[in-house]
Ligand binder design. Structure first.
Ligand code: ADP
Length: 161
């Protein structure tokens, strides 16, 4: 539709952001006029990185792309999307193992907000094994995570071992 701004949200915990997340954000930014990278604040679980650090690290990495904005949100994703006037959610898929969870969340979001579509981008193969949970574990055990996360994230990691 000419004259219509195509705005999308890439939501996630990003705890911490990895090269896989950055790749999805960059590719999504190339597909839409505007991309909001939205860091979810989940208050019932203590985060690995505080939400401000996740937002700041993502801003350092993708905030310089002219059509990307990074922010945090609380509560229901579909409410946040509606508040932003946004009808597209972007998610990444790594392997078949991601499918079931993503399918359930997508169907729930569709019930809650039928006007919001979720689109999926497949992970690049070099990042298809990469998960925030692996980074947390490697970091906890004192391993080098420089293959997995950018310097903006590494700088913010504590070593708990
Ligand atoms: P969640 O929002 O479920 O807590 P994450 O914050 O880890 O998950 O990830 C946000 C989105 O990015 C999800 O759609 C997830 O599948 C996707 N993602 C995570 N890691 C990668 C990766 N290495 N490559 C591509 N997509 C990824």
């Amino acid at each position: 539709m000419p004259g219509t701004m195509r705005r999308a949200i890439y939501p996630g915990s990003f705890d911490p952001p990895t090269f896989g997340h950055l790749d999805i954000a960059e590719r999504a930014a190339g597909l839409f006029d505007e991309l909001i990278v939205a860091v979810g604040e989940n208050s019932d679980k203590a985060p690995f990185l505080p939400v401000e650090d996740r937002v700041a690290a993502l801003e350092e990495c993708v905030g310089s792309l002219r059509n990307v904005r990074v922010t945090s949100f609380r509560g229901l994703l579909v409410d946040f999307a509606r508040g932003q006037g946004c009808h597209v959610l972007v998610r990444g898929l790594r392997a078949v193992s991601d499918f079931e969870y993503e399918f359930r969340v997508t169907m729930a979001n569709r019930r809650l907000a039928p006007e919001v579509e979720t689109v999926f981008l497949f992970a690049r193969d070099e990042y298809s094994f990469l998960a925030s949970s692996v980074v947390r574990e490697v970091n906890r055990l004192g391993g080098d995570v420089s293959e997995f996360v950018p310097e903006a994230v590494r700088r913010r990691l504590g070593h708990s071992v």
